[in-house]
Ligand binder design. Sequence first.
Ligand SMILES: Nc1ncnc2c1ncn2[C@@H]1O[C@H](COP(=O)(O)OP(=O)(O)OP(=O)(O)O)[C@@H](O)[C@H]1O
Ligand SMILES: [Mg+2]
Length: 278
Amino acid sequence: MIVSIFNQKGGVGKTTSVVNLSVALVKEGKKVLVIDMDPQANTTTGLGVDKEGDSVYDLFNEILDGKNEKEENEELEENEEDKKTIPEDKKRIDFSKYIKETESGVLLINSESSLSGLEVELVNLDPVSRTEVLKEIIGKLEEEYDFILIDCPPSLGLLSINALVASDSIIIPIQTEYYALEGVSELMNTYKLVKDSLNKDLEIEGVLLTMFDKRTNLSYEVVEEVKSYFKNKVFKTMIPRNVRLAEAPSYGKSVLEYEERSKGATAYKMLAQELIGE
Ligand SMILES: Nc1ncnc2c1ncn2[C@@H]1O[C@H](COP(=O)(O)OP(=O)(O)OP(=O)(O)O)[C@@H](O)[C@H]1O
Ligand SMILES: [Mg+2]
């Protein structure tokens, strides 16, 4: 199952959810690959991996170079009927160097800051192809994993669109605070646009309420508001505001490794079980 964690609003708990849900799924015995599509690379560092070298940016470039070469060769063939094709084994991409093992058992294709330049490079492709590069990459990998989780950047650009086109479903984290639903209509427009034209099978896996504070009335009001908008799409599991969740990334660990008995760890374990149980 390929799931994007998607919300263009910043700081709602996307990365925290990708890191901790992925580790919780591994603890449930699942084989999990995480792809960090955010140039901020917080998922990468949160899982204890260096944000440089053989990143998802390099992998995209290898695919894009392959496409250019193919085009050039096709032109050659047309023009000169000269069949100068590249030998198969030269074109084959070695994915293993891009897939990093983390201490938690989660496998990761890391990000790096230069990933932000990718949007500009993708524009050279035709309008459909530029949205399908990640799908092409994942197509070669998906059989090996029970779950592939993709962390999206806080934007609706081509990096996020690539993630949505490559996914079976999306998880939408929503912070339990004032203006929780701000930006949700743009988010839903993008989701519908992708579903209508690029990926008909894209589903909403669930809406995840994050940073829930049981001491405030506001939290309960927001939960009701989100439930009345998304109906039965809201996960039963809510993620509480928990300081351990905020501390864990500075140790390059998930909260499940950093403080297994914390409320944050328990919540993400429950979320993993809810996701598997569906
Ligand atoms: N349940 C929680 N309890 C306490 N702090 C949290 C919780 N979830 C996230 N945080 C903290 O809130 C901040 C934003 O979280 P996070 O980075 O996961 O959001 P994001 O949606 O990935 O942000 P961005 O849009 O910038 O990628 C981080 O400092 C994180 O540690
Ligand atoms: Mg993030």
